[in-house]
Design a binder for this molecule. Structure first.
Ligand SMILES: Nc1ncnc2c1ncn2[C@@H]1O[C@H](COP(=O)(O)OP(=O)(O)OP(=O)(O)O)[C@@H](O)[C@H]1O
Ligand SMILES: [Mg+2]
Length: 253
């Protein structure tokens, strides 16, 4: 069914390309995937300093589904970006699998982000001209995954999100829920240990939102990922293992 995409993939790269073995970035660690200690984040805009995160402590254990809720502007996206190494705390510490990210150099942090973290956004962030299959394959091309594993991995990931029958569809030929599930397949394809999702269900109706949450539960089991996401939706919050409520840059306890 996906012959065409596979054929293109084989044509494009000379057979002699050798795949380097994957080097582990992190030593084995039994503790939480994320440990956040007294994290503050301020932004300077003009002469004003805005204190957005005001002492965040949290922990996310392996294979947990953790949610952040709170009013618009309370700091959820700011925190999520920091958990994914897209931004750094003004003070405080974030440990990823026991490793203090702030002590790592930019290059190593970028490598960690590419290898170990998958991101999902409210708007599905798919390439419009590529099919579902090709979109997922693209993320494997960009990661450090051996080419010989691509086909099985793409099939597996699209199957996990319940889209084996939609592999040839392009984004505009799919519903919002289907597009978001392709985005999930794409985000987990390179086997990250942490998935970060910023309001992944905000643009979906309740039925499609519930499907996305069922997919999240499934990939936690099958792929052993850990998920941290933000949401405003009370019915979605019920699915969480733990909910942190944010108000004005702090967690309410
Ligand atoms: N780069 C930045 N520079 C200045 N202020 C920022 C920056 N990023 C975020 N902020 C401010 O930090 C506050 C928190 O923003 P954030 O996007 O984290 O909120 P949020 O909880 O995700 O809100 P929403 O529910 O609307 O997505 C806002 O007041 C925002 O204006
Ligand atoms: Mg936000």
């Amino acid at each position: 069914m996906e012959e065409s995409a596979t054929a293109i993939a084989i044509e494009e790269t000379p057979q002699k390309t050798k795949v380097k073995p994957r080097k582990e970035l992190l030593p084995p660690y039994d503790g939480p995937v994320l440990e956040v200690r007294n994290v503050h984040r301020s932004f300077q805009t003009g002469s004003r300093i805005i204190h957005v995160l005001k002492g965040i402590d949290m922990e996310v254990k392996p294979q947990q589904l953790v949610m952040l809720k709170g009013r618009s502007g309370s700091g959820k996206t700011t925190l999520l970006n920091m958990l994914g190494g897209l931004d750094q705390p003004s003070s405080g510490e974030i440990l990823f699998s026991g490793q203090p990210l702030q002590d790592w150099g930019d290059q190593r942090r970028t490598a960690l982000r590419r290898r170990e973290i998958g991101f999902i956004f409210q708007a599905y962030a798919l390439m419009p001209l590529l099919s579902a299959w090709e979109n997922v394959e693209l993320s494997l091309r960009m990661a450090d995954v051996p080419r010989s594993e691509w086909k099985d991995r793409v099939d597996h990931c699209l199957d996990l999100v319940g889209l084996s029958k939609r592999v040839k569809h392009r984004p505009f030929e799919m519903s919002g829920g289907e597009q978001q599930r392709v985005a999930i397949a794409k985000a987990i394809a390179h086997r990250p240990r942490l998935l970060l999702a910023d309001e992944p269900t905000a643009e979906l109706d309740s039925k499609m939102g519930a499907q996305v949450m069922a997919v999240f539960r499934n990939i936690i089991e099958v792929e052993q990922v850990t998920i941290c996401m933000t949401t405003h939706d009370p019915t979605i919050l019920e699915v969480a293992d733990h909910v942190y409520e944010m108000a004005d840059g702090r967690f309410l306890t």
